[in-house]
Design a protein around this ligand. Structure first.
Ligand code: SF4
Length: 196
């Protein structure tokens, strides 16, 4: 019998709205912090991956487009994607690039000129100069451009691997999934040591 749909089954709508809002005003990119803080908070406080299993709109979106709409070859992803070295290597790379993004934000905070561009796949600078950000401090806008680039990059990578392999292949090497998994492992290990 099909499972009764819950409210959180529709969080993929949030992902679509989020990506669309960034085209109207980049400052909406700040909303993405919800998707950054919530999974980490759940794994730290509750020691589980409830976010991935229930609340991640992006994972749902890949399942929907790739699975239900059939835009996926549904092939098994290459094994190296699930290997520890690749997942942690990709996480390290992703966080390093995130660090550079924060540094650019700091430079603007310190007086450098705001760069109105979204960086896709860490290389391609997409001009994004139709948005009015004059009513906030430039560093707030710079963070939004950088963060939206991170979100867009992960979505594009997720879509590419969704098409090539199974719909939720991105979840195999998603940096957030790797981080929350590591937190859960550490938390359970600490809890066990405390009991013993
Ligand atoms: S692995 Fe990443 S994309 Fe997949 S459900 Fe978890 S947070 Fe979402």
């Amino acid at each position: 019998m099909p499972r009764h749909k819950e409210w959180y089954d529709y969080l993929w709508v949030f992902s679509v709205i989020y990506l669309s809002l960034g085209f109207f005003n980049i400052l909406f990119a700040w909303l993405g912090m919800i998707c950054f803080i919530t999974p980490l908070a759940i794994s730290v406080i509750r020691g589980n991956k409830a976010y991935c299993n229930k609340y991640c709109g992006r994972g749902q979106l890949f399942a929907l487009i790739g699975g239900r709409l059939g835009i996926s070859r549904k092939k098994a992803p290459p094994r190296f994607l699930a290997s520890k070295w690749f997942r942690y290597g990709f996480l390290t790379f992703f966080m390093t690039m995130f660090g550079f993004m924060l540094y650019s934000t700091y430079l603007v905070f310190a007086g450098a000129t705001l760069k109105k561009a979204v960086t896709l796949l860490w290389v391609f600078k997409l001009p994004w100069n139709w948005v009015d950000t004059s009513f906030v401090h430039p560093w707030i806008a710079q963070f939004a451009f950088g963060f939206y680039g991170v979100m867009l990059t992960s979505t594009v990578l997720g879509l590419i691997t969704m098409i090539l392999f199974k719909p939720r292949t991105w979840c195999v090497y998603c940096p957030m999934g790797t981080m929350t998994q590591a937190i859960c492992i550490l938390k359970h290990r600490n809890d066990k040591e405390r009991i013993m």
